[in-house]
Design a protein around this ligand. Structure first.
Ligand code: ZN
Length: 494
């Protein structure tokens, strides 16, 4: 059960937003490619384990999860686990969690799930794969014996991480040695876009984790950044180090390694910065216009200029309908209309606007209001006359409708579901390619590889929305203080 829940976003993530698979459906070859679930199942299968598949429920990051939906799925999960136990002994449990899942009325939910799992299987080893943006709570920590976190952002090692979680479980069962995990929590928040794994300081810090886990006796060293767009008392960075064996030497090695990694992290706290160009929304658009004018030559090998609408990034759980950047673009329509290609804006999560376009049909003109349906703080309902260019129904695993629609020289993608815009197949599904456009605005933070590889320039707009990168400006009420960088001069001794 995995979700990254953004508590600043008012959307309640419900049944329609989740992909759920239960029981034998999880063992169908090829399901959920590139995920930690995939790595877990493949590793257990190769080892000849007798797998009892329980349940998978995943959704795109979004607002907190509906209390009733979570209760229902937790019930299904626990019921299936109890059934499995009744059918024969269970040796171990391997989980794929995110580690920042929050539920209406409950807050952090992984600990609640683990508590229920432990009631059924109190004494067997449990390992879990985690997202790099996991928030660790006492209850989550207490329920799991061994943890493996992603070591890449953007996350491209999810399968390997699942495989590591499964290997640790198998090794513990084969050797009879217990897993032990040491935990150090660092009082710090980090904006996601300051922590790409290919940039410093993350590159070196993750390298330290990789070297640490090669020490005899240690199996995994994970650097978990927490999730800054949740106002929660548990927020912060964690180091988790898991050893195979829980005797005094293994404990001591895991404890000292966790402390060393945490101290190394704290030492570099001031080195976390945005990697590339970044400006406010207005300056981002002005800069992009200048870049297009100087670099884009029709007929030659062309590369688009990208502007990330980073404050409203649905893959970081923002609503996807904030309009600050769009308003800055609309103020400059004289320039937009002279661009050599339409400005492609991918895109908006706006179910009513998508429905209106679909109802009108391809070629029709629709008077609509785009944006501001959910994020009413940073979004306004912007009146636009859209010409419908293309419609795709039930796209992808979340079955979203997609619409391509033009307003003057701007081309919008609009989704009926909150699926985000980092997916490399979304634009091709609408029959277009980002590389054919001189300027692409996208509701993302750092660019996914599919965009980064073709970008002439990647400009990050520090726009306003539920994934606002300027953490110092977020009115947190619940996070524990002192917390860096909110408390800039604070000290911490590990
Ligand atoms: Zn993440």
């Amino acid at each position: 059960m995995a979700h990254e829940s953004n508590t600043l976003n008012p959307i309640i993530t419900g049944e329609d937003d989740f992909v759920v698979m239960e029981g034998a459906a999880l063992l169908v070859p090829g399901i959920s490619p590139g995920s930690s679930i995939r790595g877990i199942i493949d590793t257990l299968r190769e080892a000849g384990a007798d797998i009892v598949p329980i349940l998978m429920a995943r959704a795109v990051p979004n607002g907190v999860i509906s209390g009733s939906f979570y209760a229902k799925k937790k019930n299904d999960f626990i019921h299936r686990l109890a059934e499995a136990k009744a059918a024969g002994p269970i040796d171990g449990v391997c989980l794929a969690l995110h580690g920042s899942m929050k539920v209406e009325g409950l807050g952090c939910a992984e600990g609640d799930l683990l508590g229920a799992i432990r009631k059924i299987v109190p004494d067997i080893p449990i390992t879990s794969a985690l997202d790099m943006h996991a928030t660790i709570t006492d209850e989550l920590f207490a329920g799991v014996n061994g943890f493996a976190g992603y070591k890449t952002a953007p996350h491209v090692d999810c399968e390997e991480t699942g495989a590591l979680a499964a290997e640790m479980l198998l090794e513990s069962l084969r050797t009879g040695k217990k897993l032990y995990t040491a935990w150090r929590k660092i009082p710090m928040l980090i904006a996601g876009e300051k922590s790409e794994s290919e940039a410093e300081p993350m590159k070196s810090l993750l390298e330290s984790c990789r070297s640490a886990e090669k020490q005899p006796g240690l199996r995994a060293a994970s650097l978990l950044l927490g999730f800054p767009w949740a106002d929660d008392e548990h927020n912060g960075v964690s180091i988790l180090v898991t050893s195979l064996g829980d005797g005094p030497p293994e404990r001591s090695l895991a404890d000292s390694t966790a402390l060393e990694l945490a101290a190394g992290f704290w030492k570099r706290r001031k080195d976390f910065n945005f990697r590339g160009e970044y400006y406010d929304s207005a300056q981002s658009i002005e800069t992009a216009f200048l870049a297009v004018q100087s670099d884009w030559r029709s007929g030659e090998h062309q590369r688009p200029v990208f502007v990330s609408d980073s404050g409203d990034n649905p893959t970081a759980g923002a609503a996807g309908d904030a309009t600050e950047l769009l308003e800055e673009i609309l103020k400059r329509m004289d320039t937009v209309d002279k661009l050599p290609t339409p400005l492609l804006y991918s895109g908006f999560y706006d179910a009513p606007a998508a429905a209106a376009c679909i109802k009108a049909g391809i070629g029709a003109e629709v008077e609509t209001r785009l944006g501001g349906k959910w994020d009413t703080v940073n979004g306004k309902k912007i009146p636009l006359r859209l010409t419908v260019k293309k419609i795709v129904r039930n796209y992808g695993p979340y079955k979203s409708d997609l619409v391509l629609a033009a307003h003057k020289n701007i081309l919008f993608t609009i989704t009926s579901k909150h699926i985000g815009f980092g997916d490399e197949m979304l634009l091709p599904s609408l029959g277009i390619r980002a590389e054919d456009y001189c300027l692409v605005a996208v509701k993302l933070g750092y660019l996914e590889p599919c965009f980064r590889n073709i970008a002439a320039r990647a400009i990050m707009a520090l726009s306003k929305g539920c994934s606002n990168e300027a953490l110092e400006t977020i009115p947190y009420k619940k996070v524990r203080r002192p917390l860096y960088p909110l408390d800039k001069d604070m000290e911490w001794n590990g």
